[in-house]
Each structure stands twice: as structure tokens, then as C-alpha cells.
Design a protein around this ligand. Sequence first.
Ligand code: PLP
Length: 381
Amino acid sequence: MSGKRYLLTPGPTPVPPQVLAALAAPIVHHRSPDFRPIYDRCLQRLRAVTRTKNEVLLFAASGTGAFESAVQNLVTRGERHLVVTNGNFGERWAALTTAYGADVDRLDYAWGETPDPDDVRARLRERSAKAVWVVHSETSTGVVSDVQALAAAAKEEGALIVVDAVSSLGAVPCETDAWGLDVVVSGSQKALMTPPGLGVCAVSDAAYAAAGETPRFYFDWERTRKAQSKLDAAFTPPVSLVAGLDVALGLLLEEGLDAVYERHVRLGRAARAGAKAMGLDLFSPDDDRSAVVTAVRVPEGIDAGDVVKGLRDKHGITIAGGQGDLKGKVFRLGHIGFFDVFDITTALAAVELTLAELGADIERGVAVTAALEAYEHTQVA
Ligand code: PLP
């Protein structure tokens, strides 16, 4: 069939039909009773999914925009901030905090490594910092960090913790209040099953109290918090995206967050089992935490870019390639949001076919069976 497309990347991700229907509804005015109930319900659901009692701020922006709000509100020029990097997005936050004049102390790990809370504690003891900036799910590598333990280390040493949960919120547990996360940033286009365009930011009382002196307006947290609490948005919100997000969050809550997290663990297991059955090496950890994206090394002599291109051009399947130094070396299968096991088996079957076409010595047909077995027949603790 010509024209059929599959979107199997870690963002943007497929959008459920109910959400697409909400997006297609006629435009309503944002300061009218046509919008307020939708806005109210969406914000309540956002608090439920983010597991916080605080207002979760919504911005018409990508995830990076919401993250920039954290930098504008927390960083004052010259102040020390500890940025933990273990992949592409940690690098981005080091660049962004540097751009705003922070005195950035970097705790660098190789791409693919998992940050250790003891290292954070030790570094803060050596040199204090106002905030520690970490990535929950490093989408470039598939590593999901233990932000609960990282937050505990930051707290012990009197620092705030800012978490990039762009690809993790709604896929793996992120207990904002219970874990003491001061800022949790995410975006609509990943596990939240909505098109790109909404950045979200949960902010703790301590983070509001620690606001810095960097000039800001659109991204000023206090302005948005006050406006949202009266359901009177500070600026025109993208009403259709808010209506879509409202439905998507409703779907997650209806499934139940624990069931959603379990589905993601199983999807991760299926992707890893399939890749290994094909004889490929994983780049991401072979670990249940790695439930967002699976990064897989390509065999010697094959360029991962050709695998990605082959899947897209011949089979209409979009997966992701490697970023930074991993470009050409890995491909990444996303499995967050509106995904089931057949999305994984579709990707694996097409990867097998494409690798064989590119001349790799691949045993055909084993990946799908291994993936289905891993999905169906394993217990999640
Ligand atoms: N952080 C992580 C972990 C991501 O996966 C992404 C997505 O690409 C971003 C940040 C950036 O988000 P956006 O592209 O919405 O600005």
C-alpha cells in the first residue's frame, strides 16, 4: 500500500485518534466558557500525571523553550550551577546555562553512562551550586537516570534540582513532589501523545522562592502561575493543542499510570530482546529502566544512517539515527506514548530486512518472535 507511514521515533510520537479528533474541533476563544473547562481539566490532569500539587506551567514552546524558562527564572549571571551531562541533552543544558552567564560546573559522563548520585554529592561538597541540572531520560542514548537518588544528593547539599523529563514524563515514574524535584520540564510530543508545541514546567515553592534576576517576560514563571490559577492565560494559548493534551492525559489516567509504566517496561524489553536475537549489540543499557528508547549498534561496515534511510524510503517507517558521535553508529527505536508491541515488531522486522539488504549477516525472523515473547511472558516487578 503506498503512502502508509509509521512514526517509531522517541519524539514526535504517534497521536491517538481521540486526540486527533480533539485537535480538529473548531477553534474556541481562550477567555470564554468554551475554553475554560478544557483548560481547567487539562491543568488538573497535568498535575496528576506530573504527580504534583503545584500548578504545572504550560508554555506555547517546545521542550527546550520550557527548559529556557527554568534558566531565565533560576539563573543569575555569575552564579554557580552544576550541570550533569551524559548525552546530547545534558550538553544542551550546559550550553543554555552558559549562554545566560551561569558559572557552569560540569559533571561529565561518557555518553551511555548513568550518573552516580555519590558523584553529585561529592562535587557539591567540593563546590556548592545553586541548582543541579539533570536529564531523566537521555533520549540520545536510552539511559534513564535515578532522579530520585540524584535529587536526594542535591537536597542533602542544599541545592535545587532541575529535571529534564522531556522524554520520560508519562513513560516512566516521575514523582515530582514525593522525590522533591524542584523543576520538572517536559514537552507535549513524546509520552504525552500530543503534537509538538507545548512545553510544560512543574515548579516547587522552593524554586519560585529562589527566582533569580535575569530579565524575562514571556517565560516569567510568576506571571504564568498567577494567570493559570485564574484560568486566564497570560498569552493566547494554543487552544487546539491544549484540547488535544487534555484528551491525551485523560487516556493516560484512564489506563492508570502504573499500567502505563508497566507497558513501557515491556516495550523496552521487547525492543531489546528483538535486537539481541538479531545478533545486534545494544548501546542503551539492557535494563528495565531503559523503557523510553532503545539505541542499537549497527554491525561493522554498515552506516546506521543507511538503515534509517532504507526504512523510511522503502518501507515508510521513520526511526531515529544516532546523535553527536553516535551518528552513523546506532539507530534508535522509540517506544513512548501511543505504542504497543506491534509497533516494536514492525520496526524490528523492517530493520532485519534493511540490514540484510545492506549486506549484514542477519538471521531473519527471529527478532519478532523474541520481542513478542519478551513482551508477553515476563513479569514486571
Ligand atoms: N530533552 C530531551 C531528553 C529530549 O528528548 C528532547 C527532545 O528532542 C529535548 C530535551 C528537546 O525538546 P524539544 O525538541 O521539544 O525542544
